[in-house]
Every structure is written in C-alpha cells, then in structure tokens.
Design a protein around this ligand. Structure first.
Ligand code: RP5
Length: 161
C-alpha cells in the first residue's frame, strides 16, 4: 500500500516535498505527480478513479489559490484525501485554506495547515492512517513522537543552547 502525493503545479513541490520527507522517515512508500484540477481535469479523474486499484491507500493533495484539487479528488474516490493549502502569493494561502476546508457536507477532505507544516503533517497523518493496520509503521510513528517528547523534556531551559 502506498500514498499518492499530488499537487496542482510543479511550483507546489517545495511545499509538498515535506509530506514526502515525512513518509520516508516512516518507510512508507509513495508516488508523486502533478495533477491539476483545472489544467488537466481528465487526468485528475483518471488518477483518482484508478488510485485504489493501483495500491494507493491515502491521497495527499496540495494546491494553491482557488484550490479545488483536494475536493475534486475526493469526489472521484472514496479513499481518504488529505488537503494541503499551498501558500499563494496574493492572499498568503488564506484562499487555498478556505477553498479546501469549506467542503459541503457529504464529501470529506481532511484539511491541514497552510504551507510546510500542513504538508509535513499530511505525511504524518497518512502514516498514522496506514499504521492502523501496519505494526512497523506504527512503531516508527510512536518512536518519532517519543523522540519529540524527549527533546522537549531534555531541554527545559529556554535560555540554554
Ligand atoms: C494552483 O495554482 C497550483 O496548485 C499552484 O499552487 C498555483 C500556481 O500555479 P503555477 O502558476 O505556479 O503553475 O493550480
């Protein structure tokens, strides 16, 4: 089983690569592809409709501006879709966020934060979804979280390096 990471443009990669890096950390297989809801609508339909049979179990979709990619992807598949609002130049990603998060009732998209943190957390959440039926991924996710906890507890003084 693997994760599909799609994005509306090559220009989204500097953001979306953080989702890929997170999946690598947990040894989760993934594929990446540029799929645009408005520039390549037929490719989007084909990608989403064939994803499950190609072994994809979660789709991460990142887009900016009038970001209909995650919602349209969710319309074409019943796989879980995680939406990442990419930061836009004009409106700093508020446009991306609102157009991804405000899905009307009946078709679900799990929306993450704007930008790099959202992309990284989309990778983390996808790994956690896979971890519900994969003990190796579960162990890796729990080790990652424990490491974060230890880092904080081992460095309680904010004024110290
Ligand atoms: C969206 O438009 C993409 O997801 C990207 O965030 C934004 C700008 O795309 P480019 O003009 O850089 O291709 O479709």
């Amino acid at each position: 089983m693997k994760v599909g990471i799609i994005m509306g443009s090559k220009s989204d990669w500097p953001t979306m690569q953080h989702a890929a890096e997170m999946l690598e950390r947990f040894n989760v297989a993934y594929e990446t592809k540029v799929v645009s809801a408005h520039r390549t609508p037929h490719l989007l339909a084909e990608y989403a409709e064939t994803a499950r049979n190609r072994g994809i179990s979660v789709i991460i979709a990142g887009a900016g501006g009038a970001a209909h990619l995650p919602g349209m992807t969710a319309a074409f598949t019943s796989l879980p879709v995680l939406g990442v609002p990419v930061q836009s130049r004009a409106l700093k990603g508020m446009d991306s966020l609102l157009s991804i998060v405000q899905m009307p009732k009946g078709i679900a998209v799990g929306t993450l934060a704007i930008g790099e943190a959202g992309a990284a957390n989309a990778g983390l959440l996808a790994a956690q979804i896979i971890a519900t039926h994969n003990p190796e991924v579960l162990a890796a996710v729990e080790a990652f979280r424990q490491q974060q906890t230890d880092t904080v507890l081992d460095n309680p003084n904010p004024a110290e390096d």
